[in-house]
Design a protein around this ligand. Sequence first.
Ligand code: ATP
Length: 222
Amino acid sequence: MKTKKSFMVIGLGRFGLAIVKTLAEMKADILAIDINEDCVAQANEFTDACVIGDATKINVLKQIGISNIDHAVVAIGNNLQATILATINLKELGVKKITVRVDDEQYESVMQRLGATDTIIPEEASAISLANHISSDNVLDYYKVTNDYSLLQIKLKHDMAKTLIEMDVRNKFEVNVVGVIRGGDFFIPRGNDKLKKDDVMLVIGILKSIVEFDSFVNDNAE
Ligand code: ATP
């Protein structure tokens, strides 16, 4: 089983570089690309591979080998045409998770129709917190439901000592565990269920609340 998630970051301006640096702190595998040599030089030390290239050209992406990428982030700013073409290329090459930077919210739905699984507006969301959350070992997957609400798949590192009702998850953390995957089987948990080590919880709520809940269940031996 692959333990580390691999990321590709396209566009290494301030925003893309912030994502790269944070993912590097999390020890993720990072492949990065920018058309500009200086940007590549700045990001190089934080990545496993950092190349000068034009992400609007599908052959360039093919050549640098993106078949193992779990999650690509298109962080090109101020160039809608390049953002669109890079997104279409990633989708065509089969990348499952594609987060696309949009500087204007009117383009969010356009990007989603072109293949983005998520969009991010730099002013509204800090690159650092996004990169932190999606690369944490416990967080297996991340879906943005609306601008405020997210659904995260979180793996449990320990058995829970208390049931979900005893933990008072909804009131205490303002999140809801809407599903559990245990040994490949999915079920909707009841209040009196005690979750076990290696269960994958599907947790919905505001990202900050989910992160607090994750820290509580995984960083405390509760
Ligand atoms: P801000 O606009 O808030 O300052 P930023 O510094 O991240 O944020 P840009 O300077 O626009 O924004 O950064 C975008 C980066 O994307 C640049 O480094 C640019 O060279 C890169 N880029 C643009 N087009 C392409 C492309 N076709 N392929 C790869 N990289 C590209």
